[in-house]
Every structure is written in structure tokens, then in C-alpha cells.
Ligand binder design. Structure first.
Ligand SMILES: *Cc1c(COP(=O)(O)O)cnc(C)c1O
Length: 405
């Protein structure tokens, strides 16, 4: 069956791309995209693909968005980098826009998601220090993903990401996700300083917690004097139909982190906070060479403007519903499909088992997706510039591929 499908969709064999000088961090698929426009990608052989992955939740505004390209060009001809030793107007402007959309008070800009989470963890340590807690503990979730630096991989609830890197930071205890009692059990632990949580688990398999879970975590944090840290690196920046997924529950964390779609491909990350957590960083306690430079800041500001002007939060919600509805119509009764879930343009289609080479089969069918959650969940993180027709094409390719598995 699989062989037939590979044959059916294969136009000619994919090339292999030797890269002898690159460290072996990724088991890459044998394709190299060389050009993009909106939700379309072209490989080195000129083959066209529909991009339902968006560089893993990064290119939310699609490839080569004309307004972003224009800003890149204008800013590149003005100034790229100065230093955080000096005032950066572009960073100050982005800070205000970012705090407005996130409902936070202050923000620190770095270059990636992991760095944003590092800043959040350092703020939690400063808070622990201020409270006289000697062995600070942060509660995080099983199957979570928070990054690949030593602190963030220690925070991550996935042994595969931690193996080989002991000793880990001892700050973290991992509890079941979407289980408020699992967190409540730590109420007596005076070392706990924060809870760090994804509003929807992305790498873990697009796990959407029950309505009210984040609200309950918020209440528990208030009760115990813990900081609530929400990792919006994958779900945030409009993808779920709100700027940030915690806004679906009308709550505010003390600290939130963002990256990925914040730069649409230009590296930038943000750690924002309110209340005490917004005041703990002081000169000498944290820093970055590149973070918040004029170039990245200007582009991120432009991205916020585009999402607002083009009313793309509503569009994300609408497109997400459309894709889910179509997939349900095509495959709702298939015994191979266990669940179709997600919020806005963060969608998971859980299959009954792991099918080998699934991402490659989709590539051969002209659709870029990712498979996560133990190889069973087709993850869609497409761009909000999809047309209705492209959204329907995504659903119909998924139908074609899954029905042939
Ligand atoms: C991608 C991701 C990170 C890490 O971001 P990087 O930019 O790769 O360091 C952290 N948390 C979540 C939820 C993510 O999806």
C-alpha cells in the first residue's frame, strides 16, 4: 500500500543532499526548498508544494510577504545593529506594541524561543532568591517542549530530549498535563516558585487542554504565590485566533514567552512580564548582543501591524475551522483517524498508529506537514495567508494520503 502511494505521488526520485561539514543534528527529509511565495514552496527541481507547516509555526504571514520584504529592504539600508548599550527606538516601539497585544507590562527581547524561556527561568530564580528559597522548583508538564539549552531541556518533559545531557538542572518537576490536581499536589512544597506551561502542547502532539485548565492553573498560582509562566512560542502571535492562547480563557500569566512567528523567519524571541516579575531584571543580571536590534525589532513591529490591519486573528480562526471541518467531512468516519483537534491554525490529526515515512509521503503528494506525538499526529501549522482554495487543497491531500495508508 505504502509503496503504491509513494509510486502514485512520486514524479521522480528525490535528490540526496550531502552536507559533510554539517553536524548531524537532524534526520532531514531529502528535499531542499529554494523559493517561497505565500503558502507555496518550490524545491531545487522546480517542484511546487503547498506549505502546511510554515517552518514549524514561524512563517505565519507566509513566504516573502511584500510588506515584510519592503521593511527588510528599508531597514537594511538604514541600520541593522547598534548595541543594547544604547537606546534603540525600534526596540522601544516594538516593546510597546508587544506589551499592548500580550497585555504585559515589560519585555526583554532575545533571539530565539529557548532564549526567551531562559529569561523566564532566570526571572523565576531571581524571584526565588528574593523570597529566600534555596532550592527553587518550577512545575512543568510531561510531554512539554521548552527548548534545547541546558535549562530549557531540563524544563522539557521528554526524556528523549534530555538523554545524554545529565546532570540536568534540578529546578523542574514534571506533572501530567491538563490535570490540575497533579499541580495541586505540590501546594505544600515551599520550594515551588513557578508553573511553566504551554497553552497547547505543540511538539507533544497538539494537545489542547480542557476549557478552564489555564484558568485553574492561574487560580492555583495566585493561591500559592507562584509565578505563572506561559510558553506561547508555538501557539502565540495570532495562530490560534487570539494574539496569545491564554487570552481564550481571559487570564494573564505573570510571564509569557514568544518567538517563532514573532519574526516570520527573522530570529527574535520575547520574554514579557507584569507585576513583580516585570521588575526583577536589572542592569547586569541579563543581556544579549543581538536581541532587540533595530533590524529584528522593526520587522516584528511590521508583522504586528500587518496582523492588525488585515484582521488576521479572525482569519486564522476562520481558516482553522474550515480545514478541520473539511478534514472531518473527508475522514471523520475513517477508522484510521482517532482525533481531529486544535485551535485556529494549530491543528493535529491523530492517527490510530504510527505510519512510517508519513512526512515523506506527504511531500511526495505535494504537501509539507510534520508528524509528531510519537509518529501518530499529523501537525499542521500553516500560514494565515492561505486562500480558501488552498485550505481545501490541504484537507483533500490529507484525505488522499490517509485513505491510502
Ligand atoms: C519551538 C519551541 C521552543 C524553542 O524555540 P527555539 O526558537 O527553537 O529555541 C520553545 N517552546 C515551544 C513551545 C516551542 O514550540
Amino acid at each position: 500500500m505504502l509503496q503504491n502511494l509513494l509510486k502514485k505521488f512520486r514524479k521522480k526520485p528525490h535528490a540526496s543532499y550531502p552536507e559533510p561539514a554539517i553536524m548531524n543534528a537532524y534526520a532531514r527529509l531529502p528535499v531542499s526548498f529554494v523559493r517561497g511565495e505565500g503558502a507555496k514552496l518550490w524545491d531545487a527541481d522546480g517542484r511546487e508544494y503547498l506549505d502546511a507547516l510554515g517552518g514549524i509555526a514561524v512563517t505565519f504571514l507566509g513566504h516573502c510577504h511584500p510588506k515584510i520584504s519592503e521593511t527588510i529592504s528599508l531597514q537594511a539600508n538604514k541600520i541593522l545593529h547598534t548595541s543594547n548599550l544604547f537606546h534603540i527606538q525600534e526596540q522601544a516601539d516594538l516593546g510597546e506594541a508587544f506589551c499592548r497585544i500580550s497585555e504585559m507590562e515589560k519585555v526583554f527581547f532575545g533571539n530565539s524561543g529557548a532564549e526567551a524561556n531562559e529569561a523566564a527561568i532566570k526571572i523565576a530564580r531571581l524571584q526565588a532568591n528574593a523570597k529566600g528559597i534555596k532550592a527553587p522548583t518550577i512545575i512543568t508538564a510531561q510531554h512539554s517542549f521548552h527548548g534545547r539549552t541546558m535549562a530549557t531541556l531540563s524544563a522539557t518533559g521528554n526524556a528523549a530530549i534530555q538523554n545524554g545531557f545529565a546532570p540536568l538542572l534540578s529546578d523542574f518537576v514534571h506533572v501530567a498535563y491538563n490535570d490540575i490536581d497533579a499541580i495541586k499536589q505540590h501546594s505544600e512544597n515551599t520550594n515551588v516558585v513557578a508553573v511553566m506551561i504551554e497553552p497547547i502542547q505543540g511538539e507533544g502532539g497538539v494537545i489542547v487542554p480542557s476549557q478552564g485548565y489555564l484558568e485553574a492553573v492561574r487560580a492555583l498560582c495566585d493561591e500559592n504565590g507562584w509565578l505563572m509562566i506561559v510558553d506561547e512560542i508555538q501557539a502565540g502571535m495570532g495562530r490560534t485566533g487570539k494574539w496569545f492562547a491564554y487570552q481564550h480563557e481571559g487570564i494573564l500569566p505573570d510571564i509569557m514567552t514568544s518567538a517563532k512567528a514573532l519574526g516570520n523567519g527573522i530570529p527574535i524571541g520575547a520574554c514579557a512580564a507584569r507585576g513583580v516579575a516585570a521588575e526583577l531584571i536589572s542592569p547586569g543580571t541579563h543581556g544579549t548582543t543581538f536581541g532587540g536590534n533595530p533590524f529584528a525589532s522593526k520587522i516584528a513591529s511590521t508583522i504586528i501591524e500587518i496582523i492588525e490591519q488585515d484582521k488576521l486573528l479572525e482569519r486564522a480562526e476562520q481558516l482553522g475551522s474550515m480545514i478541520k471541518k473539511q478534514v472531518r467531512q473527508h475522514l471523520g468516519s475513517s477508522r484510521k483517524v482517532v482525533d481531529i483537534r486544535g485551535k485556529g491554525l494549530m491543528i493535529g490529526i491523530e492517527l490510530d498508529q504510527a505510519y512510517p515515512d508519513l512526512a515523506m509521503i506527504f511531500l511526495n503528494a505535494g504537501l509539507v506537514v510534520n508528524v509528531t506525538g510519537g509518529g501518530k499526529v499529523i501537525r499542521l501549522l500553516p500560514s494565515v495567508v492561505l486562500s480558501d482554495t488552498q485550505a481545501k487543497t490541504i484537507a483533500s491531500i490529507i484525505h488522499d494520503v490517509v485513505s491510502e495508508l
